[in-house]
Design a protein around this ligand. Structure first.
Ligand SMILES: [Zn+2]
Length: 561
């Protein structure tokens, strides 16, 4: 009987069962971090197998029974929805801190623990205002925009890009973005295809792909025309309601229902009026009936059909045309009809690799097209997502023009500064100094763990001037903003972050007590993250921990094996 397989589970938050569930969940999240995350095999209850290396796919596919894990999963998704990044980071920070707090008995009750974390959260969020953490970005130079894009592109190895490809692409993403920033924010249309030569290109305006066979006399005439061209835009299927079978080469099987013929007649009447207005181009989001296509060709009007949603929206913005969504309800009065027209200034034929495009441009428009290539189809799909993520990060940068050091340098710097400030303000916490130090060190470990550092990375060091992270035998810190010379100039030295047993060694108050707060300049080769996204990830994680610690008992239904 099915009902006997379900039982109600009652779990106190600090029970060993819950802590062990939390620990495994934390381990799953950690295993997704970075290029060494590797591919996972997921087997569903029905025996369905999926191979994936993507954390979002993994999280969507694993079944989480425990409500707290489900809640953490939701928080990660909300971070991704709001900022397109740092979801995994948020999950690791929460689970790491929660696991440490719940599995150690410091003699403090849970509400007290929550209030200490609340205090530490306010210190951390305050540290984000320091001019050495919140690095201002200067829009007058491309060099300061490149690091953010490079950091995003390099963090996604599945795109199959080499170092040199990333350099070319990051420049074009920034170029495309800058072309669209006028008084209002424009659009960069992204097209990614599989190609042997991985080069990217940016074009002003919109690119509409055509077949070689579609290059007609009309197209050449329009391309040679001087002055602006008028355009009318449809966002409906111009084939009638019935499903006429129209093949790729625009031939039609004459088996369409009567409705189609009525539709074509009505559309032809409208098209006759459009011809009277001396329109150059008719653009349509969807399919166009071959009869209408032939009619337009005879009248010397260029037809751009099957544009798709994205291009149609872009063309609407570029040309200023009002899209027509009904033949029956379209105004027949010439003046009304004329008011729906849009204009473009330049029409060009563009050959890119093996493909042909018609480029539609207008001076002062804030739309550009970026064409990028990847070694295979799977990588091209991944690349499109990553490019869009980079563009969205650049757009966020316009709103809040600041970045933070990346590659773990932010977290080490925060961890040390947190320690200094918390210990200095020790009187504010009604607990013993060793209790406070335990909480600080758990938060430090959680931050470093979210940054991708493992406790067995015994070769990791931190400098005593800026508090940035260093790997062995490198001339600069992990993020690239601090050079060895800068540390030497500040009479600094390097100390180990973890000892051989994985114990954190950041408690040396005297050595690390006076870190520099001098602003660092964002250099082209640096690794940086979006300020707003990191800030909200840290804040959201600690607030969620405080909320979760307020839960007395977890109650849920579990399926018995
Ligand atoms: Zn650094």
């Amino acid at each position: 009987m099915a009902s006997t397989n379900v039982s109600v589970v009652l779990q106190p938050l600090d029970s060993s069962d819950f802590i062990s569930t939390l620990r495994s969940f934390h381990r799953i999240l950690l295993s997704c971090v970075g290029p060494e995350g590797g591919i996972k095999i997921l087997v569903s209850g029905a025996g369905y197998t999926t191979f994936t290396s993507s954390s979002s796919r993994l999280l969507n596919n694993i079944t989480l029974a425990n409500p707290i894990c489900l809640f953490v999963n939701q928080i990660m998704k909300s971070q991704i929805n709001a900022h397109h990044d740092h979801g995994l980071y948020t999950g690791i920070l929460i689970t790491s801190l929660l696991e440490k707090v719940l599995s150690h008995h410091t003699g403090l009750r849970v509400p007290k623990a929550a209030s200490i974390i609340e205090h530490l959260n306010s210190i951390l969020t305050g540290l984000f205002d320091l001019s050495c953490i919140k690095l201002k970005v200067d829009f007058s130079t491309v060099k300061q925009l490149l690091p953010l894009v490079k950091s995003i592109l390099s963090s996604k190895p599945a795109c199959g890009l080499r170092r040199v490809d990333v350099q070319d692409l990051q420049l074009n993403i920034v170029k495309g973005f800058l072309q669209t920033t006028g008084q209002t924010m424009g659009d960069v249309i992204v097209e990614c295809t599989e190609a042997s030569e991985i080069k990217s290109h940016v074009f002003p305006g919109i690119l509409y792909q055509i077949n070689y066979d579609d290059i007609s006399t009309i197209l050449h005439q329009k391309c040679n025309k001087n002055g602006s061209m008028s355009l009318i835009l449809f966002n409906i299927m111009l084939t009638g309601e019935g499903n006429s079978k129209i093949s790729e080469n625009r031939s039609i099987k004459l088996e369409g229902p009567q409705d189609d013929i009525c539709f074509v007649d009505e559309a032809l009447k409208l098209f006759e009026q459009i011809v009277e207005l001396d329109v150059d181009i008719i653009a349509c989001q969807k399919l166009v009936h071959p009869t209408l296509y032939l009619y337009l060709r005879r009248k010397g009007i260029l037809l751009l059909d099957r544009m798709g949603t994205e291009l149609t929206h872009a063309l609407e913005k570029l040309s200023g045309a009002t899209p027509i969504s009904s033949i029956g309800h379209c105004p027949r009065d010439p003046d009304c009809l004329r008011s729906l027209l849009g204009t473009i200034e330049v029409l060009r034929l563009v050959v890119q690799g093996q493909k042909f495009y018609v480029s539609l441009e207008k001076a002062g428009s804030n739309i550009s097209t970026l064409i990028a290539h990847a070694p295979n189809e799977e990588a091209a799909m991944e690349l499109k997502v990553v490019i869009k993520q980079s563009l969205s990060a650049l757009r966020c940068l316009m709103v809040c023009p600041a970045v933070v050091p990346g590659a773990g340098c932010l977290e080490t710097s925060l961890a040390i500064r947190l320690q200094n400030q918390a210990v200095r303000e020790f009187d504010r916490y009604s607990c013993t100094r060793s209790q406070l130090e335990s909480y600080v060190s758990w938060l430090q470990i959680a931050l470093l763990s979210a940054a991708g550092f493992k406790t067995d990375s015994c070769l990791l060091t931190v400098d005593t001037v800026f508090g940035h992270a260093w790997k062995p035998n490198t001339e600069t810190c992990c993020c690239g903003l601090v050079s060895m010379q800068m540390v030497r100039d500040g009479s600094g030295k390097w100390i180990e972050v973890f000892n051989n047993h994985g114990i954190l060694l950041l408690q040396d108050f005297t050595v690390l007590s006076s870190l520099s707060s001098v602003p660092l300049t964002v250099k082209e080769e640096a690794v940086v993250d979006l300020y707003h996204s990191k800030y909200s990830a840290v804040k959201l994680s600690l607030e969620s921990c405080v909320n979760l610690l307020g839960i007395g008992m977890i109650v849920y239904k579990a399926l018995n094996d």
